[in-house]
Design a protein around this ligand. Structure first.
Ligand SMILES: Nc1c(NC[C@H](O)[C@H](O)[C@H](O)CO)[nH]c(=O)[nH]c1=O
Ligand SMILES: CC(=O)[C@@H](O)COP(=O)(O)O
Length: 169
């Protein structure tokens, strides 16, 4: 079945000081989101890190919520979770492309973000990808954020890197 091939997974990073991550979830499909959240929490806790969680209405609001949090709070990284299922119109492309592009833009600005927003054709595809004991995309997104946090600390000794905020602000 396409998409079920096994792939290489990096060893889990370790941290001298526990990072704090914010899980930003769009529970547009609540059961799917709950599985994604479970996977993300388990991965964060397995790395000895801590998490907080906030909800937004849909995938399009996830990047904005991350930007708001990074401007006002002190998280080391972010896990974006949600599920976008194709409907009858082209809105699917807008939601998928705009949310992922915005997350990538924030990442290029220096935020440590794992993207666990599923973009699928139907509910069955979402169920398999969200299930912790199947593809566990929520855990994978958390792992990605943790790896970026570790990378950021590799050369800075753990000093938090500013995102959009002016240096020294
Ligand atoms: N169709 C899906 C949406 N649509 C809602 C948008 O994300 C957004 O909340 C709305 O356009 C208001 O700005 N969101 C999902 O997360 N998943 C979908 O399948
Ligand atoms: C991904 C979406 O926005 C989608 O659920 C909306 O459904 P539709 O394209 O039928 O309006």
């Amino acid at each position: 079945m396409a998409g079920t091939e096994t792939h290489y997974t990096l060893p889990r990073p370790t941290f001298d000081e526990a990072p704090k991550l914010l899980i930003v979830v769009a529970p547009y499909y609540k059961d799917i989101a709950d599985d994604l959240i479970a996977g993300a929490k388990a991965e964060i806790e397995a790395a000895g890190a801590t998490w907080e969680i906030v909800e937004v209405p849909g995938a399009l609001e996830v990047p904005t919520a991350i930007r708001i949090a990074d401007r006002t709070a002190d998280f080391d990284g972010y896990v974006a979770l949600g599920c976008v299922i194709r409907g009858e119109t082209t809105h699917y492309e807008t939601v998928c492309n705009d949310s992922s592009r915005a997350l990538s833009t924030l990442g290029l600005a220096g935020l440590c973000i794992g993207n666990g927003i599923l973009t699928v054709e139907n509910r069955d595809q979402a169920v398999v990808r969200a299930a912790v004991d199947q593809q566990n995309k929520g855990g994978g997104a958390a792992a990605a954020a943790l790896h970026l946090i570790a990378l950021g600390r590799k050369w800075t000794g753990g000093e938090k890197q500013v995102g959009f905020r002016p240096v020294g602000a």
